[in-house]
Design a protein around this ligand. Structure first.
Ligand code: BGC
Length: 720
């Protein structure tokens, strides 16, 4: 708890240098318990007697700072001695770094820390040590640090006393909240797999996996030796180091050594990378001196998939990595370029896959708090949360994160609070669409006529886009009206789950469906068919499904869909009698396809289907991430259709399950396992000749559906 502490700042502007705030503390009695709460307008690392407190990387995390700033509480009972130095080093982080430069009300806040240490002694007395003007301030050896640009650390830099801290009343304490999200931690530690000199003569190290995190150095060196590191995700066509796709993000580490053995791990920055280039290095640096460390929110893994196809297995692995790399306290689009934003559309399409792979209840629960905090008076929500770029608009499929994600949390984890907390905001989102439309019961606009409150992204990055455009040709009004229906349908189901009277919205939903069917009588793109089928809007589903199937086959079993159509494409086929075509798309290896990326050496999911073209050239540098999870959303189809494990809406959270696997000989086999609140569910099948053999184990009540036949089971292992 932070009740009595003050925000404190350095007495002088330290510029790019990270200041350290310290306090000497004496404990003359025996300590029974000691707890410290800390927060900062930036990111902090705290120590007692030189030992790091806790393991939260980039604490206090990323939130919508105008209304919510987390503090962490740490048990430090075992860290205190009689004489102690408590210190807090402050970096700029998201709060005051380049990432939030557009929002001056946040970005220009003074750098400040706040902390309260409460010590309970064995005699029952307590003492509280708070940040105030008795704390001293010094410089640190972190001379520069920024999330986009990297860090400069000089291990020889002199530490200068700056005097006492000043109490800073300009920063509010009312926004402080206890940590809601998962702790962001260091995870996998990866050693170099290859060191080589590129054709350009550069010294490059390959860690074999695209990660988000940083490289930790452990070496013996002499004072003044310099190590300069640049980061990259891919090599270019000639095998040279390539990071033009990071755009303006410098993503660089500059480390100056001191004499002797030393370990340096960057403090207040992270990178998306697989390769590093050593731009400067001491002659004796060896692979063993370098370790890539993956950093992400500490979610519990729940989902596992193994299939008969090594390539599909790799696709699954790549999706897991893109999730880890982009779940650093908020769901980001990408971890490498000058963006790393909580884009709602990306999170919306990936939330289902994410919540099978890992338990995301706490992660999304916290981010939904930010989403609600950013919702505007008129019910619209910004395209990114936190809205560091001050995007003034709302967009279809992006804003629908407001309804889709709480509902997905409820389906997976069965906690009605996830609906209760968000219900009002979900309703206001639907009401916003109602109020913003040109036509009643649709969400329509004259394209871009009113950039003030709405601008759609269309079927972002779809391949039916005109050359040079990012937007597929499916019309905005079609997509927006389809998502209006979808969100309204979700709102009704969510409302009913918490026993609300939803009759008004049921009436609205009926009218939306009928207006949609009257207005959009013909479908011309794959995405139009997909949305009409998956959102139950097509008035003749068999005909639309056949049209979609024909379109895919006529296109040589290749998709053309973007962010909007892709997540539901395989469902639209498999749920309407065309599972075989869904599998053909899944197993397609030619461009554009999921396995095309795998064949081109991907270790994460690419933003563009053609991130690397067949001839080895790249999609343009301005929008080309190799770590964008959106298309990884195909993985929830593997869990819930190929493996067939689905929650039951009326008994959400897997209190009850449906297990209805859909096999295909070309995949050979699948083995899916999901840990739920009520126990583990496993669904496996393999082929023996033309015969499919199923093995299903459930510890929850389930309806197993095999060849259309239903088997009601309580728990146990079943063979078919
Ligand atoms: C991001 C996307 C995002 C989009 C909005 C891009 O810059 O990387 O993933 O959803 O903008 O269209």
């Amino acid at each position: 708890m932070i009740t009595n502490a003050n925000w404190i700042s350095a007495p002088v502007d330290t510029g790019a240098v990270c200041p350290i705030f310290s306090k000497r503390i004496k404990t003359e009695k025996t300590v029974k318990k000691a707890e410290i709460s800390i927060s900062a307008t930036g990111v902090y690392e705290a120590e007692i007697n030189g030992r790091r407190i806790g393991d939260f990387i980039l604490a206090p995390g990323c939130t919508s700072y105008k209304s919510r700033l987390q503090y962490q509480m740490y048990d430090v009972t075992n860290m205190l001695e009689t004489e102690n130095t408590l210190s807090i080093c402050l970096g700029k982080g998201w709060y005051r770094g380049r990432i939030s430069a557009s929002d001056k009300t946040i970005n220009e806040t003074d750098g400040a820390v706040i902390a309260e240490l409460v010590i309970t002694y064995t005699d029952g007395s307590t003492e509280s040590i708070v940040t105030d003007n008795s704390w001293s301030v010094t410089t640190s050896r972190i001379l520069f640090s920024d999330i986009y640009d990297g860090e400069t650390y000089d291990a020889t830099a002199e530490i200068k006393d700056l005097g006492n801290a000043v109490i800073n009343d300009s920063i509010s304490k009312s926004t402080l909240i206890p940590q809601e999200g998962e702790t962001v931690k260091e995870h996998e530690r990866i050693k170099p797999v290859k060191i080589f000199i590129t054709p350009k003569g550069e010294y490059v190290i390959d860690f074999g996996q695209n990660i988000a995190g940083y490289v930790s150095l452990d070496l013996t060196s002499k004072s003044g030796d310099k190590i300069v590191i640049s980061h990259a995700e891919v090599l270019d066509n000639d095998g040279n180091f390539y990071n033009a796709n990071y755009r303006s993000a410098k993503a660089r580490i500059e480390y100056t050594c001191r004499d002797g053995h030393q370990v340096y791990t960057p403090h207040f920055t992270y990178f998306g990378f697989r390769y590093i280039r050593l731009d400067e290095r001491p002659y004796n640096i060896m692979p063993d001196n370098l370790t890539a460390v993956a950093v992400y929110s500490d979610m519990k893994r729940t989902g596992y998939i193994e299939t008969g196809s090594e390539k599909v297995n790799k696709l699954f692995e790549n999706t897991l990595w893109s999730q880890r790399d982009n779940f650093i306290d908020i769901p980001t689009d990408c971890p490498q370029r000058d963006e790393r934003m909580g884009w709602l559309g990306d999170a919306q399409v990936f939330a289902k896959t994410a919540s099978y792979n890992y338990n995301t209840k706490k992660f999304f629960g916290k981010w939904l708090g930010d989403l609600r905090a950013e919702q505007r008076e008129n019910g619209s929500v910004p395209d990114t949360v936190p809205n560091f770029w001050l995007i003034p608009r709302s967009s279809t499929a992006w804003g629908d994160a407001m309804s889709v994600i709480p509902w997905q949390m409820y389906l997976m984890y069965g906690d009605k609070k996830d609906i209760e907390h968000n219900f009002d905001a979900m309703k206001r989102w639907v009401d916003f669409m109602t109020s913003d439309s040109l036509d009643k019961y649709l969400w329509t606009c004259v394209d871009d006529s009113d950039k003030k409150q709405r601008k759609h992204y269309g079927d972002w990055l779809a391949l039916d886009a005109p050359y040079g455009s990012y937007r597929g040709i499916t019309p905005d009004n079609f997509i927006a009206s389809a998502f209006y229906a979808y969100s309204t349908e979700i709102l009704i189901k969510a409302g009913k789950a918490i026993e609300k009277d939803m009759s008004e919205y049921e009436e609205l939903y009926k009218n939306i469906v009928s207006a949609f069917q009257k207005t959009f009588t013909e479908y011309t793109t794959q995405t139009e068919c997909v949305l009409a089928l998956y959102f139950n809007l097509a008035d003749n589903k068999p005909e639309t499904a056949k049209q979609l199937n024909d379109m895919i086959i006529a296109n040589d079993n290749r998709l053309q869909t973007g962010f909007v159509g892709t997540p539901y494409l395989l469902y639209a086929l498999s749920e309407n009698g065309y599972a075989q075509t869904a599998y053909s798309l899944l197993l397609q290896e030619e461009y554009p396809s999921w396995l095309y990326e795998v064949n081109h050496g991907a270790t994460t999911i690419w933003e563009h289907w053609d991130g690397i073209r067949d001839d080895g050239t790249f999609w343009s540098t301005d929008m080309n991430s190799y770590n964008h999870y959106a298309y990884g959303s195909v993985v929830d189809w593997l869990y819930s259709v190929a493996g067939g494990i689905k929650p039951v809406e009326e008994n959400a959270g897997f209190k009850e399950a449906v297990i209805a696997p859909v096999p295909d000989k070309r995949l050979g086999s699948i083995n899916v396992s999901l840990d739920t609140e009520y126990g583990t569910i496993k669904s496996a099948w393999h082929y023996e000749g033309d015969k499919v053999c199923y093995e299903i184990t459930t510890s929850v009540k389930a309806t197993i559906i095999i060849n259309g036949e239903k088997h009601l089971v309580v728990s146990g292992t079943y063979y078919f």
